[in-house]
Design a protein around this ligand. Structure first.
Ligand code: MN
Length: 329
């Protein structure tokens, strides 16, 4: 997915390394989503929780958009013309519908619920995403992972992975990146990372061993889910501080609850995000925008999309200012 805001704000993200002792009770901060219209006359509105004023990263996860269920008859579905990315990986995970992906590596793939599309931009890639004609409902998440300095100009890559669902104490878990509940995704990450869908039957409590060094995010799609003494509602992202060795999720609703569980070691580099680019400086962003606008080799060409490419928005007037996670309590 593209960040198709008309006037995207530049965000500098700085990770906070939490050095407190291990705690028994998870400390949870609630991050509320903001609605972001993706542009166009019938366009979708997404619920964005990362980056947020109060938290810009969870591990290397730097962007989280949650959307739907949206009826294609009303919104026209998803239609993102070719657009660029730098310095990141995009994770597409659907709850309903089907999307067709084309990128400048030559990849052409479908993604369906329970399947992950992971695209690594490295120095530069372009892709298009369109919901297929048989899709009636668009519902899912679009997540981005910042690449660490050492690998940010790595080669372009595209992976499709279908995790086997696990059943643990009334929970159904699909691990798409990293490891949890004894299952490990075979897909490579460039920093220690976790990404999983966790569906809880009504009233279910599940406790999962987690990496003590990880910080976590619990993004609720449906139902009400309690983490420690914090009740999370749909579209909220619960940030769980590092230092715990187990995470307990309780479905306090009458129906099933669906969550996306994110995790990773705190990302100890400052990054700058603007539009669809992740860089290290304002200059990186300016160059990436110029390269896209000039159709240089950097991003390549997406074949097979019936239409033109997405132009970059105007750059902000000001140089990007530092932006960090909140101070430790
Ligand atoms: Mn995209």
């Amino acid at each position: 997915m593209s960040n198709a805001e008309a006037e995207p704000v530049a965000v500098r993200c700085g990770a906070l390394v939490d050095d407190r002792q291990q705690t028994e009770v998870p400390r949870v901060d609630v991050i509320s989503a903001r609605d972001v219209p993706l542009g166009g006359p019938r366009a979708m509105t997404v619920r964005r929780t990362l980056p947020h004023r109060e938290r810009t990263l969870i591990g290397a996860w730097c962007f989280a958009d949650h959307y739907g269920p949206d009826y294609v008859a009303a919104t026209g579905g998803m239609d993102l013309p070719p657009h660029p990315h730098t310095g990141l990986q995009t994770v597409t995970w659907l709850f309903a519908g089907e999307a067709e992906h084309r990128d400048s590596l030559g990849s052409h793939a479908l993604v369906r619920p329970g399947e992950m599309n992971l695209m690594t931009s490295g120095y530069g890639i372009a892709h298009a995403e369109v919901s297929t004609p048989r899709t009636t409902v668009v519902h899912g998440v679009q997540l981005w992972v910042a690449l660490p300095e050492e690998h940010r100009n790595t080669e372009r890559d595209f992976r499709h992975h279908v995790p086997e669902p696990l059943r643990v104490d009334g929970a159904e878990i699909r691990v798409f990146l990293g490891s949890i509940a004894g299952e490990t995704s075979p897909v490579r990450t460039f920093t220690p990372l976790l990404g999983a869908e966790v569906i809880l039957a009504p009233g279910v409590t599940v406790t999962l061993a987690v990496e003590t060094a990880f910080e976590h995010g619990v993004l609720v799609d449906s139902g009400k889910v309690r983490v420690a003494d914090t009740l999370l509602h749909p579209a909220e992202l619960g940030y769980v501080h590092p230092g715990i060795d187990a995470l307990t999720l309780v479905n306090e609703s009458d129906g099933p609850a669906r969550t996306i569980l994110l995790g990773g070691t705190p990302f100890d580099e400052e990054i700058v995000m603007w539009w669809n680019f992740v860089g290290r400086s304002h200059g990186d962003i300016v160059r990436a925008r110029e390269d896209w606008e000039a159709s240089t080799e950097r991003f390549g060409v997406v074949e097979g999309y019936p239409g033109g490419r997405l132009p970059a928005p105007a750059l902000p007037n000001a140089v990007v200012r530092p932006r960090r996670n909140p101070p430790r309590r």
